[in-house]
Design a protein around this ligand. Structure first.
Ligand SMILES: Cc1cc2nc3c(=O)[nH]c(=O)nc-3n(C[C@H](O)[C@H](O)[C@H](O)COP(=O)(O)OP(=O)(O)OC[C@H]3O[C@@H](n4cnc5c(N)ncnc54)[C@H](O)[C@@H]3O)c2cc1C
Length: 524
């Protein structure tokens, strides 16, 4: 347990996250529970004293979600064990690269599927390392692999491979959750779907009203609880940014590892070539016709410049880069798929392609890809202004409109800045196949920051008018516009009131992750 001064001096990083959005993070105490029981004790204390709690995962969030505004921090870093009562075949495993040790459980369901029970502090990278060692595959692959699985569940992270495999939500078999009064829930995919019921039943005594707001027509959306007739009670805790409960344990679904994964860097001469590739991949996904890629991304020429600073083999004439990752199950399949892709590229006039197949080559591609957001975050820190990034997705048939809007907005914003040579005011990359764009504006002054915000407000309204989503994977955290949480732009008063009703039942004093998603009003 550490007091406020110690938090500021010894643990300043816990007062922020990767967003740099909030400069006044503040907490009286920080706790590092080592077991679910310890965590429950802290939560009960908070509940009886009405002290707000902010939950911290790996701190890689980019919406200010783990930044405490007051009260206590519960850091999940030391939750490395799974709970005794529901795990029978626990074993200890250490990650060679991080040296961290975890208690885990692996249940093999069939040759093709396993269940993997993990504590929340294990990182995505460590899960991937475990899977590699044991011949299994965990498909979600958010770019920032130091994020914890707890943070990934709370934000329903997705990233590149969602094109074929969907977001974190699709890979969760069960969750253990601690509510603010210390109640523990164990929700699983075996629970009855919500169907047309008006309430969601969490246990014998806790029921919450089901939200009725419109859901966007997109592949990815994390704006508030995403509940459909097929959803189950567990879905209420996925992607809701910790406002309803604290996740302590996650059971993941794993599949058999593909024999090979190939990563292709495809350099395009104009944006139309990229659009044709994305449309082609979408047709294949729609008709379930192979080869369906795991990943279809697009990065602009500024991103290429960043990559070139670390690898001079990267094209300096290309307009942009498509990244395709393809999983294959045999050598024969590999040959067929590669031939098919190369036929496609050649028919579009694309010639400059780099194929990575060996582990170290693939890691190098990943390193270059990761360098882009990381460098942008660094530029923002140097500018002493947070970058403002979109996480918007639109329906697939609005692809031309979405990217046209994003590029024009970037240019318009950049024209307002006085930049020296080699500097830039915007950059974009996208989970292209899912019609999901990360346009990043890099203001250098407070005025430019306000301008960027107002431009994004208009962009968000446009997205909503297309029936798109203003948060496809990063969550809304503590993002506001004119002092109001941005969630109102998509869900309106009525939609937000529906979430507030659920919050009132699960956390009547508004103690958990106060400020996230739906903000906080004293009168609540
Ligand atoms: C360079 C870079 C690239 C990124 N790329 C992607 C990407 O491709 N796809 C993507 O989806 N995201 C991406 N992100 C965003 C980020 O990595 C994800 O949002 C991630 O899921 C956050 O996990 P974390 O453990 O770091 O959580 P934190 O930042 O610590 O917290 C995020 C939110 O989850 C809550 N939370 C954390 N743990 C728990 C818990 N146990 N119970 C309840 N609530 C909890 C926190 O309170 C907070 O609201 C990227 C970030 C960076 C910096």
């Amino acid at each position: 347990v550490r007091s406020s001064i110690a938090v500021k001096i010894d643990y300043p990083e816990y007062l922020n996250d990767e967003s740099g959005l909030i400069s006044n993070g503040n907490a009286e105490k920080i706790f590092f529970p080592e077991s679910e029981n310890e965590l429950i004790e802290i939560v009960k204390m908070s509940y009886s004293q009405k002290t707000p709690i902010t939950i911290s995962g790996g701190g890689t969030g980019i919406s200010g979600g783990r930044v405490p505004l007051n009260g206590w921090i519960i850091a999940t870093d030391n939750l490395t064990c799974i709970s005794a009562e529901n795990a029978n075949d626990k074993f200890q495993w250490s990650d060679q690269s991080t040296g961290k040790s975890y208690e885990l459980e692996l249940i093999i369901v069939s040759e093709n599927e396993a269940r993997f029970r993990v504590p929340v502090s294990i990182s995505v990278k460590e899960i991937q390392n475990f899977c590699k060692e044991h011949g299994w595959f965990y498909p979600p692959d958010p770019t920032e692999r130091t994020a914890y699985i707890g943070g990934n569940v709370a934000t329903n992270a997705s990233g590149a491979r969602s094109f074929k495999y969907g977001s974190t939500r699709n890979w969760i078999q069960s969750l253990r959750i601690t509510l603010i009064d210390g109640t523990v829930l164990h929700l699983t995919r075996e629970d009855v779907p919500i169907g047309t019921n008006h309430t969601i039943t969490l246990n014998d005594t806790i029921k919450v009203p089901r939200p009725t707001y419109n859901l966007p027509n997109t592949f990815k959306n994390v704006v508030g609880p995403v509940i459909t007739d097929d959803s189950q009670p567990i879905d209420l805790f996925i992607g809701t940014e910790g406002i309803f409960g604290i996740i302590t344990e996650v059971e993941l679904r794993l599949i058999k590892a593909p024999k090979f994964i190939i990563s292709m860097f495809i350099f395009v001469e104009d944006f139309n070539q990229a659009k044709i590739v994305s449309k082609l991949a979408n047709e294949r996904r729609k008709h379930q016709k192979n080869p369906i890629p795991m990943t279809v991304e697009y990065l602009d020429h500024r991103a290429l410049k960043i990559m070139r600073s670390k690898d001079n083999t990267i094209s300096d004439t290309a307009k942009g880069l498509i990244i395709i990752e393809q999983d294959v199950n045999s050598q024969e399949e590999l040959d067929i798929y590669l031939e098919k892709w190369f036929e496609d590229f050649s028919s579009i006039g694309i010639e400059d392609i780099s194929v990575a197949q060996l582990n170290n080559e693939i890691e190098h591609h990943k390193y270059l890809r990761h360098l882009v957001p990381e460098s942008i975050n660094m530029i923002a820190r140097m500018n002493k202004q947070p970058k403002l990034g979109t996480d918007y997705s639109a329906p697939i048939d609005k692809m031309d409109e979405l990217f046209d809007y994003a590029m024009k907005l970037g240019e318009k914003f950049e024209n307002e800045l006085s930049l020296s040579k080699n500097e830039f005011g915007y950059i974009f990359w996208s989970h292209f196949g899912d019609n999901h764009v990360h346009l990043n504006l890099l203001p250098q002054t407070n005025e430019q920051r306000e301008l960027a915000k107002s431009m994004f407000k208009e962009f968000m309204e446009q997205i909503v008018s297309w029936n798109g989503s203003i948060a496809a994977e990063h969550g809304l955290g503590k993002k506001e516009f004119n002092g109001k949480p941005v969630i109102y732009i998509q869900l309106g008063e009525q939609g937000v009131n529906e979430i507030l009703k659920m919050k009132k039942i699960l956390d009547p004093d508004f103690l958990l992750n106060r400020g996230n998603l739906i903000g906080y009003q004293e009168t609540q």
